[in-house]
Every structure is written in structure tokens, then in C-alpha cells.
Ligand binder design. Structure first.
Ligand SMILES: [Zn+2]
Length: 318
């Protein structure tokens, strides 16, 4: 029987996104289950196993049709073994996730970092379609990244390649980052970072309309909206963030000479208000020839990027 069905799991701190996907990328079914983080997240593989098994039965899919499971988790992953060195938001540390899930389900399992899978998803069926050299940046609560070079995702020697959010952009006295360092890109260009910078900026700009929003309710979206209305404090923040992000991407571009740069995550909903100054900054800092070869696009797959990328991982290893 032809193995033309891929199972996908995109594991996050609150939910696990699951999907049954055909080999042409068509999603047959997608749904979510809660992430049970109790006892170091030890029940997650079993929860995934039961959920997938029930869905195969419901969809009348023969197990012999299944090529395998692709899974993503936020953290440091060894993609060759599926071993998770650390996934802080889930509670896993030195956890042999791939082997455990494979043992439970009887299917081969491939695992990678969630941001890498989002990059692979966009390369397969999204904004990065067909690109052999691609940089994907996810601007959400944090800043995730995935780098594809020569058509393959870069993992590095111990799973930290492409961790774009943790590139140092403030050498001394930067804000503390979740990774334990200070001054990481994530402390500025994430939704959280933008809000933090806005709070600093309105301290010195009494006329800012952002002062009308209670400090604990201020969001990155508010900052973009205020900037659109010409609010000086908000504009300062957006300029700073896009300049630093554009510089960081230009520096990375020296390493892989990308064809496509794909920007996703909640912050990317700002659209051209984010993309236009980002492109200008990239142009300013990149080699002219590097700049000319690159196109910038917003991610297309939204919340599905992770499961599509997970399915691609199975396809690529099949
Ligand atoms: Zn960091």
C-alpha cells in the first residue's frame, strides 16, 4: 500500500496542534489538544498517540498508509535522534521524545525545532515556495528563526543553528532574555520587546497617545496603530526595531545569500508597516548584490506552518 499520509504534531506550551496531511500537502484534518505539562510533560507522547490513533480510525485511514510522524517542539532538538535537550515551555529536559513516540505509535518519528518546521512549511507550500536559500523569522511572543541553505534546514552541531532571536544586538547593558543572556534580538523585536521599548519611549514623550492605554494592556498592535497615526514615541520604537531586525537579517544574509526572507508570527500582521522599513534597513546594511537577489514576503501559512513543515519533514525523510 502506498504510504501517502503524514501525521504532524506541533507542540507548544499550551496546545499541541495535530494534523493528518496528504503527500501533496492537503490537510485532511487538523485539531488541537491541550499540552499536559504536569510531571515534566511525561504524558504528552501518550496524549498525541491516542489523539492520532482515534483520528485515523475516524477517517478510515489504514495504518499501512502512514509514512510517519513529523513533530516540532520549541527548544533545542537533535533532529537525527528526536532527542530533546531542552524545551523549557513544555518541561522537557534530556527527553528521548522521538523514540518514546515511535515506540507508542509504531510509526517512524522525525523531530525538529518548531521555528525550523515553520521555515520548512513556508518553503514547501508557503511564501518561500521552492527557495533553496531562505531565512524565516517568526515575530511572536519571542523571536524564532529557521535557515534553509542548499535546500536543507540548518541544525548545527547541537541543535542551535538558526536561533535568530538570540543573536546579540545590544552588546552591553541590554535587557535580560529568556535564554539567560542579555541584549538578544528577541528582547527588542518580539511583541514583548516592542511593548517594553514603547513603555520606555513614552516616559520621555509626554504627548504620546500610547499614554492613554493602561500600561498592563499595551500591545505591539497598539504601538503599530499609534505609529500609523504619526505618534512620535511609537514611530521611534518601530524605526528602532525594524532597523535592528533589518541589520541582523542583512548580517545573516552574508552567510547564506538568501533568495527569500519570510516574516511570520503575530507581529507580522502589521503587514507593509513592518515590511517596508524592514526592507529599507536590509538594503542599507546588505551588500548591494545580496540585496538584489532577495525578496521579502509575509508568511502565508499562519498557524498551519508548523504542521505543514512537520509533514514535510516526513516527506523529506521518507
Ligand atoms: Zn536570548
Amino acid at each position: 500500500m502506498e504510504k501517502n499520509i503524514f501525521l504532524a504534531a506541533d507542540i507548544g506550551g499550551t496546545t499541541v496542534k495535530l494534523a493528518v496531511i496528504k503527500d501533496n500537502g492537503e490537510i485532511v484534518k487538523k485539531w488541537e489538544i491541550n499540552t499536559d505539562r504536569e510531571n515534566g510533560g511525561e504524558r504528552i507522547p501518550e496524549d498525541i498517540h491516542h489523539a492520532l490513533e482515534a483520528s485515523l480510525e475516524e477517517l478510515h485511514i489504514d495504518k499501512k498508509q502512514v509514512a510517519g510522524i513529523g513533530a516540532g517542539a520549541p527548544g533545542f532538538v537533535d533532529p537525527n535522534s528526536g532527542f530533546i535537550h531542552e524545551a523549557v515551555n513544555i518541561g522537557w529536559k534530556d527527553y528521548d521524545f522521538g523514540a518514546i513516540l515511535s515506540e507508542l505509535t509504531g510509526f517512524p518519528v522525525w523531530v525538529d525545532n518548531d521555528a525550523n518546521l515553520a521555515a520548512l512549511g513556508e518553503k514547501w507550500l508557503g511564501a518561500g515556495e521552492g527557495a533553496q536559500e531562505l531565512i524565516a523569522v517568526t515575530l511572536g511572543t519571542g523571536v524564532g528563526g529557521g535557515i534553509i541553505a542548499n535546500g536543507e534546514i540548518l541544525n548545527g552541531v547541537n541543535g542551535t543553528a538558526g536561533e535568530i532571536g538570540h543573536i546579540t544586538v545590544v552588546p552591553e547593558g541590554g535587557a535580560p532574555c529568556n535564554c539567560g543572556k542579555t541584549g538578544c534580538l528577541e528582547t527588542l523585536a518580539s511583541a514583548t520587546g516592542i511593548v517594553r521599548l514603547a513603555k520606555e519611549s513614552i516616559e520621555t514623550t509626554p504627548a504620546s497617545i500610547l499614554r492613554n492605554i493602561p500600561s498592563d494592556q499595551l500591545t505591539a498592535k497598539d504601538v503599530f496603530e499609534a505609529a500609523q497615526q504619526g505618534d512620535e514615541a511609537a514611530e521611534t520604537v518601530i524605526n528602532k526595531v525594524t532597523d535592528l531586525l533589518g541589520m541582523t537579517i542583512a548580517n545573516l544574509a552574508i552567510a547564506i545569500n538568501p533568495e527569500k526572507i519570510v516574516i511570520g508570527g503575530g507581529v507580522s500582521q502589521a503587514g507593509s508597516q513592518l515590511l517596508d522599513p524592514l526592507k529599507s534597513a536590509y538594503k542599507k546594511y546588505a551588500l548591494r548584490r545580496t540585496f538584489e537577489a532577495t525578496s521579502f514576503d509575509l508568511a502565508k501559512l499562519g498557524n498551519d506552518a508548523g504542521v505543514i513543515g512537520a509533514a514535510f519533514l516526513v516527506k523529506a525523510n521518507q
